[in-house]
Write a protein that binds this ligand. Structure first.
Ligand code: NAP
Length: 293
């Protein structure tokens, strides 16, 4: 038996349709579209391309999206001053700083300056703190992790199982602030029993074998092969690695994993489109925060 494929593109499309309808209502009510300002610092071609695709998608959903570009000579103070201005601007609903930043900038200090109400990436310590302490998921949540949770729930639905994760063992490989940690918190908040692994974890194979839900976010191609999986597991492959031939691969060996997993996300076409869709829906949450303030 081969695994069901969790189609991230299809799920993202459904979410984007809802965002488009919400944006239309917002625009009707406030006489302006929800707005997103994205800061690009430095000349990284990959980041620029990624931001342009965010802008294109946002525009197609009826959002007003713009990109402010800064060269690497810009000072940290200039960036922070710009963020303070955007925080104060009542016509700006959502702010994004494209990561990673060039090494001279202090990423944490810069991200902390974005108002939690306008932080579209959901990475502000106040938002993460709320998620950890109260399990409150009504505010903006980090885009990739909330996309991962939705893919897990979609996998459960496709397998004919409920969205209740009680009694299930979730294993997350990776503990970054951007992906691993918040993904673990979300699964834990949904009553899964969590094991969070990282590069120093011992006996990784034994832990992975117990996973009913496996989230792999390491950036190490082929780290996970089918023989390591618990039969029937839901596998979410977050990794993205560009090979020399231009091919994109995840952290799981898809061909062997799909022979053992119950449901699995492909790369590309799994987590990536959901990350973008969750970003778009976060713009609406920010816009409503701004309207209600
Ligand atoms: P990161 O900051 O480099 O973190 C990687 C994590 O993996 C670290 O916690 C590291 O452990 C852990 N790790 C490395 N080797 C491991 C091993 N052999 N066993 C277990 N854990 C191991 O990367 P990230 O930002 O979290 O991103 C992870 C991957 O997801 C990357 O490929 C990235 O491109 C991709 N990604 C995809 C999307 C998307 O939308 N599809 C979004 C974001 C990221 P230590 O903490 O001990 O170093």
């Amino acid at each position: 038996m081969t695994a069901l494929i969790i189609d991230g593109r299809k799920l993202a499309e459904q979410s984007n349709l809802r965002t488009k309808a919400d944006a239309e209502s917002f625009t009707k009510e406030t006489k302006r579209p929800p707005s997103l300002v994205m800061l690009l610092i430095g000349a990284d071609a990959g980041s620029k391309k990624y931001l342009n695709s965010k802008k294109k998608l946002a525009n197609s959903l009826g959002l007003d999206a713009s990109i402010l570009e800064f060269d690497e000579d810009t000072t940290q103070k200039d960036i922070i001053d710009q963020i303070v201005l955007l925080n104060r601007d009542s016509e700006v609903d959502a702010i994004l700083v494209q990561l990673p930043l060039p090494s001279k900038f202090d990423e944490e200090k810069i991200l902390c300056k974005i108002s939690p109400k306008k932080d579209v990436d959901g990475l502000h310590p106040e938002l993460i703190g709320r998620l950890v302490l109260t399990g409150d998921d009504s505010c903006q949540l980090p885009c990739t992790p909330i996309g991962i949770l939705k893919l897990v729930l979609e996998g459960r639905r496709q397998l004919g199982e409920s969205s209740d994760l009680s009694g299930l063992r979730a294993v997350v490989l990776g503990r970054s602030n951007l992906v691993g940690k918040p993904s673990g918190i979300l699964l834990h908040n949904h009553n899964a029993t969590l094991t969070q692994c990282h590069s120093k974890t011992k006996d990784l194979d034994d832990i992975v074998k117990q996973a009913d839900i496996l989230v792999v976010a390491t950036g190490k191609p082929n780290l996970i092969t089918g023989d390591m999986l618990k039969p029937g597991a839901i596998v979410i492959d977050v990794g993205i690695t560009y090979l020399d031939d231009g091919k994109i691969v995840g952290d799981c060996d898809f061909e062997s994993c799909k022979l053992v997993a119950g449901a699995i996300t492909p790369v590309p076409g799994g987590v990536g489109p959901m990350t973008m869709a969750m970003l778009m829906s976060n713009v609406l949450i920010c816009a409503n925060n701004n309207k209600d303030k």
